[in-house]
Design a protein around this ligand. Structure first.
Ligand code: KG4
Ligand code: ZN
Length: 335
């Protein structure tokens, strides 16, 4: 089965073609980061308009890249939520229209299921069951995964998502959007031990997270540095390092707990923050100690992309799921 996947939930237009026998055939992405950067965050109306502009040329590019014609496509998958409603509607309309014209089924995919399954596109995919840490701009969740569609939520953030904490903290200390990669880059020049941030909710049992306090801690530290004067560029890097270390250590502690609770030794990390090298390294070390294994996607498939939607859609279609010809999205949707 050959599935065209469309991703438009936020600020990336992603298109890909996945073949259940041959794997990923082709993928293309247009990132709107430059469009939104001047506003310091995603402007929903601009995002929708840009998806409209990019979608058809990207589909053409993916089909040409795979050497495929319309008649070679067996189904169309699209992100049905969660995400920005106008942006989601672009992908849903396009997918449903193409499916109707080509006489093939369409299937709506949960964006976080797409992220969760993205490591399946790599050379050594994880076997079920495993624990998954989903860390994106909108979600921080620990999930026990027994198979496709068999997900048990173990714990999640009570306030900001990990990616959101990166983005908000970056903004508060004067860095650009998106904050995650900016903080990671700056942290490399940080002085270890100059600042120590709290590890929220690690002093009590359970798998819930809370990241909103870290940005306030970062802001207060930054204001104090401004009052004291001195090398503010270095202060920024030192805050970036201390913040990143706090997020990474908190996530690592909770992952270790989730593995102990479930008795599993395989951990998948997915979503934009799983591109973070410090997080990958900390989890590799922890899984090394437990004689387990950690799995993640290549950086391009950690953040939003069409390949994960084509893959997840293909699994859903193989299990017999598809939608009627109606255009429906779910801006809020629990997995
Ligand atoms: O999965 P994603 O592309 O979109 C959502 O579904 O939200 O995740 C985007 C988030 C942003 O908050 C971004 O700052 C963060 O992932 N991110 C990172 C890194 N790359 C992206 N955070 C930390 N380190 C990175 N290298
Ligand atoms: Zn995402």
């Amino acid at each position: 089965m050959r599935v065209l996947g469309l991703e438009t939930s936020c600020d990336e237009t992603g298109v890909a073609l996945y073949d259940s026998e041959r794997g990923l055939l082709s993928d293309a992405l247009f990132s709107q980061i430059d469009l939104h950067r001047v506003y310091g965050g995603v402007v929903p109306e601009l995002a929708s308009r840009d998806h409209v502009k990019r979608m058809l040329p990207l589909i053409r590019e993916v089909l040409d890249g795979a050497g495929c014609r319309f008649a070679d496509i067996d189904a169309v998958a699209y992100t049905a939520g969660p995400g920005l409603v106008g942006a989601l509607l672009v992908g849903a309309s396009c997918a449903q229209a193409l499916a109707l014209a080509w006489g093939v089924p369409a299937v709506g995919v949960h964006h976080m299921e797409g992220h969760l399954l993205a490591p399946m596109l790599e050379e050594t995919p994880p076997e079920f069951p495993f624990v998954a840490l989903l860390v994106s701009g909108g979600h921080t969740q620990l999930v026990c995964v027994d198979g496709i569609g068999r997900y048990e939520l173990l714990g999640e953030s009570l306030d900001d998502a990990a990616g959101e904490a990166f983005d908000k903290t970056a903004k508060l200390i004067g860095l650009g959007y998106p904050g995650g990669p900016e903080i990671a880059r700056l942290a490399e020049r940080g002085t270890p031990g100059r600042f120590v941030f709290p590890r929220p909710m690690t002093d009590r049992p359970g798998l819930a997270f809370s990241f909103s306090g870290l940005k306030t801690f970062a802001l207060n530290t930054w204001k104090q540095c401004e009052r004291e004067g001195g090398d503010l560029e270095q202060a920024r890097a030192d805050i970036a390092l201390a913040f990143q270390q706090a997020v990474v250590e908190t996530l690592t502690i909770k992952c270790r707990r989730a593995l102990k609770q479930t008795g599993l030794q395989r951990l998948v990390i997915a979503g934009g923050v799983s591109a973070n090298q410090a997080l990958r390294q900390a989890l590799e070390t922890m899984l090394g100690e437990l004689k387990g294994q950690v799995f993640y996607a290549r950086p391009r498939f950690c953040t939003d992309n069409g390949a994960m939607i084509a893959y997840a859609g293909c699994q859903r279609l193989l299990a017999g799921q598809h939608e009627g010809p109606q255009i429906q999205v779910q801006p809020r949707w629990s997995m």
